[in-house]
Design a protein around this ligand. Structure first.
Ligand code: VGL
Ligand code: ZN
Length: 201
């Protein structure tokens, strides 16, 4: 059993990121049993849920003439456009049915503001607007954050980097993640972790 000051953060284990979903990550469903097993070793677990309103600004379908995986410039910087995914209340936004972590203490939703995307569980894509998770974890006295889930090179990456910025000891278990891997994004994630002191287990 991990210490009382350790928390497992399970990122976006939702149907739309698993095979059959609208933004399927290859092998996304394979890590479900692994995550369930890992979670049994933690007293404290937090889940995140990507949770967009219909017509979200990160959806290619919201921008005429744009295709999924193209980039646009938003007021807060560059933004990848995605297929519609994880729309609030839809089956695609629900957790994978095999996810079995009844002792999870908090579900934090993100990406619910129409005009801004949120990869990180801590800050939206302007890197300024907090979700409240940092304050929650600090108030609970956690010092060590372990991350698993989807996608390794987007929401896991930016959540882990922000955890580190907020001075948590931060560890990512890559075997319990899967990557989208566009334009070398998985390799970039590994080197960025090394630079920032995110431990890759
Ligand atoms: C994610 C792209 C868009 C993720 C969420 O969970 O990694 N990626 N929304
Ligand atoms: Zn999203």
């Amino acid at each position: 059993m991990r210490h009382d000051t350790d928390v497992l953060l399970v990122i976006d284990m939702q149907n739309d990121f698993c095979p059959g979903g609208s933004l399927a990550v290859t092998g996304g469903d394979e890590i479900v049993p692994k995550i369930n097993r890992l979670a049994h070793g933690f007293q404290h677990v937090v889940l995140t849920q990507d949770w967009h309103p219909a017509g979200h600004s990160s959806f290619a379908s919201t921008h005429s003439g744009k295709q999924p995986f193209e980039m646009i410039t938003m007021p807060y910087g560059p933004q990848t456009l995605w297929p519609d995914h994880c729309v609030q209340g839809t089956a695609g936004a629900a957790f994978h049915k095999g996810l079995d972590i009844p002792h999870a203490e908090l579900i934090i939703r993100k990406g619910y503001r129409k005009a801004i995307d949120s990869y990180s569980a801590f800050f939206e894509n302007d890197h300024k607007t907090p979700t409240g998770l940092g304050g929650y974890l600090k108030e609970r006295g956690f010092t060590h954050v372990t991350l698993v889930g989807l996608a390794f090179d987007f929401c896991v990456r930016y959540s882990a980097e922000d955890a580190r910025t907020l001075e948590f000891d931060t560890e990512v278990i890559e075997a319990a993640c899967r990557a989208i891997d566009m334009n070398g994004s998985a390799d970039k994630t590994r080197s960025s972790f090394a630079e920032r002191g995110v431990v890759l287990a």
